[in-house]
Design a protein around this ligand. Structure first.
Ligand code: HEC
Ligand code: HEC
Ligand code: HEC
Ligand code: HEC
Ligand code: HEC
Length: 315
């Protein structure tokens, strides 16, 4: 009995092990091999997709750009070399410029501006793309940035510092905190004072929340100077004539009055006869519709009157 019992036990063991081996082998293999990190989805779908609502850029923005928690799995900022997740912003191939060269997460055009521009292209830090990912000029975060920073048909480019206090790094005081209209702080050129315009009494002002769209008043550039029109351009009306000839100061050719202080006499509309440095010599250049072309853009909207070949900064 004892022997038979032992044999049954042995037989039972062999059969059970056999069944176990036959049925469970494949599952067991999957259960015990550690899957590669990229198959563990920690983040929800769309996290890496800029057009998705839960794109990590949006999540970070909503979290006041605080990426300290990300370091636990991705390594220390700003390199984020991968940490235990093995996913690094530096090598994943997403934070790259137009040549495919990797850029620091702290590049000035990461959160705003042209993401794929080169890291050292400073102007590309300006919108479009604003912080809410808008690209159209009717969005206030985008507005007329590009025409100011690249220059237009009437003038050359101006610098960020004419409208902002430019941060010297990402995590400096007063940079990442939402300031609304207070983020526009005018610089020396925008505030340039001439005899006929008291910049202390009427300093340049950004009117953030007014009907018709955000606008700028009392800027030197748009006509707050002796004889100018002190025009109030709307920031978000790009391509709608907000900087047309005759807005900042008069121009008889476009049906506006002459700049204040000019006597009206036959031939006065030939601006080039006195302002030939700016307008062309001896004949003014005009476009097909007859309007003047500024031939010497660096000498126009530069803080000096060019008349009779001289340059006058006091006027
Ligand atoms: C708990 C660990 C952990 C934390 C915290 C974490 N990640 Fe990840 N992350 C991972 C892992 C693991 C992967 C790779 C697998 C995956 O995609 O889920 C990954 C992948 C990514 C990817 C690649 C896209 C993707 O979905 O595969 C991005 C981008 C990313 N993380 C950004 C962030 C940011 C930004 C933060 C902070 C807001 C963050 N992660 C916080 C673990 C983490
Ligand atoms: C982590 C994301 C991020 C990075 C990287 C970044 N910025 Fe910003 N930047 C912001 C945010 C957020 C604001 C807007 C704050 C507000 O709404 O007033 C801002 C606003 C600005 C402004 C408008 C003025 C102001 O202070 O609001 C300038 C100019 C600017 N950034 C320049 C830079 C420069 C230069 C760098 C590189 C040194 C840089 N930014 C990098 C997030 C970033
Ligand atoms: C002609 C003036 C002007 C110049 C020059 C200028 N900005 Fe701005 N900037 C503005 C205005 C106006 C706003 C919108 C403020 C508002 O109402 O929120 C703005 C907003 C911004 C914002 C916030 C965008 C958002 O989503 O809210 C950033 C970032 C910014 N500017 C960066 C720059 C950088 C970088 C430069 C230079 C490369 C620059 N700006 C040059 C006028 C200017
Ligand atoms: C007969 C010569 C003459 C003609 C023609 C002339 N200007 Fe002037 N302009 C001047 C003088 C002189 C000044 C003042 C310079 C100073 O104050 O130092 C001046 C100044 C200006 C100013 C600065 C603002 C002001 O009123 O002082 C502007 C803008 C201007 N002219 C535009 C024009 C335009 C546009 C035309 C053509 C429609 C034109 N001018 C035609 C002589 C002329
Ligand atoms: C964005 C505003 C603005 C617009 C638009 C503008 N001007 Fe001016 N213009 C100025 C300012 C500011 C001055 C004062 C002197 C200076 O800073 O160059 C000026 C001065 C002048 C002068 C005096 C000579 C000089 O350059 O100093 C002439 C002439 C002139 N503008 C012609 C024109 C003509 C023609 C157009 C249209 C094609 C035009 N401006 C459009 C802002 C403007």
């Amino acid at each position: 009995m004892k022997t038979t019992g032992g044999m049954y036990l042995l037989l039972g063991l062999i059969i059970t092990t056999g069944i176990f081996l036959m049925s469970g082998c494949s599952e067991m293999k999957n259960d015990f091999v550690i899957p590669p990190a990229e198959t563990i989805k920690v983040h929800s779908q769309g996290f890496e997709n800029p057009t998705a609502g839960n794109f990590h850029g949006n999540i970070l923005r909503n979290n006041d750009w605080n990426w300290s928690g990300c370091q636990e799995c991705h390594g220390s900022a700003p390199e984020f070399t991968g940490g235990f997740s093995g996913v690094s912003c530096g090598t994943a191939g997403c934070h790259v410029d137009d040549r495919g060269v990797a850029k620091s997460i702290e590049s000035c055009n990461t959160c705003h501006g042209d993401f794929h521009a080169r890291a050292n292209d400073f102007v590309s830090a300006a919108p479009p793309r604003d912080l809410s990912r808008n690209r159209t000029t009717s969005a206030r975060g985008v507005g007329a940035h590009q025409i100011h920073l690249r220059g237009g048909s009437n003038s050359v480019a101006i610098e960020c510092s004419e409208c902002h206090r430019v941060p010297t790094g990402v995590f400096v005081a007063d940079h990442l905190t939402p300031k609304g209209g207070a983020k526009v702080v005018f610089g020396n050129f925008s505030s340039y004072e001439t005899e006929g315009a008291d910049m202390n009494a009427n300093p340049p002002t950004y009117n953030a929340d007014v009907a018709g769209g955000p606008s700028c008043s009392n800027t030197y550039c748009h006509g707050h100077f002796t004889g100018g029109n002190n025009f109030t351009p709307v920031w978000t009306l790009v391509g709608s004539g907000e900087a047309a000839c005759g807005t900042c100061h008069g121009d008889v050719e476009t049906g506006n009055p002459l700049p204040d202080g000019h006597f009206s006499f036959p031939g006065i509309e030939n601006c080039q006869s006195c302002h030939y440095v700016t307008m062309g010599n001896p004949i003014a250049e005009r476009s097909s519709d007859g309007t003047y072309i500024i031939v010497n853009r660096p000498q126009h909207v530069d803080g000096a009157i060019h008349v009779f070949g001289t340059r006058r900064t006091a006027f």
